[in-house]
Design a protein around this ligand. Structure first.
Ligand SMILES: [Zn+2]
Length: 106
């Protein structure tokens, strides 16, 4: 799996490891259990977990905008199989720039 991380500069190594563990999840079947286990392992709460994850932007490095080459930004791990199924993808910036000529997820 090829996922790139861009971390907020305030995050320490422990927090970065938490982000990596969160994004190592690929099966869509038991997301909630995955979250609970992460919170348990890191002795944290779900809302703190998501506040932390918000400081970590994640990109798929094998799916790029066909127009500008920007990597696909991920919100949740379940986006990964969805993005891989796309034949082509245009980022939001290019879609609005094109005035709707580019279509998302053709
Ligand atoms: Zn683009």
């Amino acid at each position: 799996m090829s996922v790139n991380f861009v971390f907020d500069s305030s995050l320490d190594d422990t927090t970065k490891r938490l982000c990596h563990e969160y994004w190592s999840y690929v099966s869509p079947s038991d997301y909630i259990a995955h979250l609970e286990l992460l919170c348990y392992d890191h002795n944290t709460e779900t809302d703190v977990l998501f506040a932390t994850l918000a400081k970590c932007q994640v990109y798929l490095d094998d799916v790029h905008c066909e127009y500008c080459g920007r990597p696909y930004p991920l919100d949740v791990p379940a986006d990964i199989p969805h993005a891989r199924r796309l034949n082509s993808w245009f980022c939001e910036g290019c879609i609005s720039f094109s005035g709707g000529q580019f279509v998302l997820g053709r």
